[in-house]
Design a protein around this ligand. Structure first.
Ligand code: SAM
Length: 337
């Protein structure tokens, strides 16, 4: 069967998403495509969660501005550089700076941070995941040396997007930001949470087709997990099998895409990340944030936030990956154009 052609049909997508009948063949095809392009290499991104202050009130997110129970923190430039140093010494050649939308980190200050990281680690890739900004701000981040940008679109269906976000947030702006990022030259990532409240199978079908059309270099897909101090606290978590199916579908539709097996997947299922790799994922994002702050960046309940030193965590990850026949790569892991 020509999987690509099959998956570009809405009716087929709907059927494939809702049954386990095709899983074996779907995952095998996705896995073969991933290894044909990226071999058995898994790329590592060292995640630095540098602030949990956020001006937004996304209903699903544990660090949204209305959650008064969160102990807020910000890392200093020195602390951020220290995380990079630890990562670099472990052979991690790609860092992700992720945080809430925190005005304390002005454009000027972010530019200073980006330049400091890129001056010290010129061979390492730097990804930003700091939300929605103007074209000019994104351009300044890019010109300062940032290589990649992650901004999940969350849902391309207006009605659904509006059920996840307060009135002052707009799907139009989010999608415009993604276009701007790509135009500026970032390796750009969009994505969704699987099983986010009120999401329908039709929404997922439309998101898959939106992502196919947008043709990003990275896609972040993980299950929604409820957080006890949000208004979605009683909403059910997303499904692991459905997440795996969507990962496999995106790998088949966009063969070169960089696709993480997310922490959320590993949180809902102990073997989630291995299963993600078997469904075509080729990226892992171990945490480089300081141990003292890791438990404060809780987007959802029970997030994997071990007290392990990064070095210990990475050596376990290496063992795990080699036990399933893959190998952790020591390079930046750029998109293959
Ligand atoms: N502020 C930036 C932004 O909006 O892109 C980056 C940080 S934001 C916390 C990163 C991602 O976490 C979001 O895009 C969202 O998909 C995910 N996330 C937030 N809450 C979640 C939850 N309860 N379950 C699973 N993923 C969640």
């Amino acid at each position: 069967m020509d999987w690509q052609e099959t998956l570009l049909n809405k009716q087929n997508l709907k059927e494939i998403l809702q049954t386990d009948k095709y899983d074996e063949e779907l995952f095998k095809t996705a896995r073969e495509i991933a290894t044909s392009i990226y071999s058995n290499k898994i790329y590592i991104r060292g995640l630095i969660e540098f602030t949990n202050y956020c001006r937004n009130g996304c209903y699903y997110c544990g660090i949204n501005k209305s959650n008064t129970k969160v102990e807020r923190y910000r890392l200093s430039l020195e602390e951020i550089l220290n995380c990079c140093e630890i990562g670099n010494s472990l052979g991690i050649k790609s860092f992700v700076l992720q945080g809430g939308e925190d005005g304390y980190f002005s454009t000027d200050y972010m530019v200073e941070i980006i330049k400091a990281i890129k001056t010290k680690y010129p061979k390492n890739a730097l990804t930003l995941s700091v939300g929605e900004h103007s074209y000019e701000t994104y351009k300044r981040f890019f010109d300062a040396g940032a290589d990649r940008y992650l901004l999940r679109h969350e849902s391309c269906t207006l009605e659904h997007y509006n059920k996840l976000h307060p009135d002052n947030m707009s799907l139009f702006n989010r999608l415009k930001c993604l276009k701007n990022l790509k135009e500026i030259g970032f390796q750009t990532g969009c994505g969704i949470m699987v099983g986010s409240p009120y999401q329908t199978i039709d929404n997922i079908v439309d998101d898959i087709l939106y992502m196919y059309d947008f043709n990003p270099q990275m896609i972040g897909i993980g299950p929604f997990i409820s957080h006890k101090d949000t208004i979605f606290k009683n909403m059910p978590n997303g499904s692991v099998p459905l997440t795996l199916r969507i990962l496999a579908i995106m790998r088949i539709l966009l063969p070169n895409v960089l696709l993480p097996a997310t922490t959320a997947l590993g949180t809902l299922d102990k073997k989630g990340r291995q299963k993600g790799i078997f469904a075509g994922a080729n990226v892992l994002m171990p945490n480089l944030s300081p141990e003292k702050d890791r438990k404060k960046y809780l987007l959802y309940d029970n997030k994997i936030a071990t007290n392990e030193e990064a070095v210990e965590g990475l050596s376990k990850l290496k063992k795990l990956i080699s036990s399933i026949g893959y190998e952790i790569s020591n390079d930046r892991g750029d998109y293959k154009y």
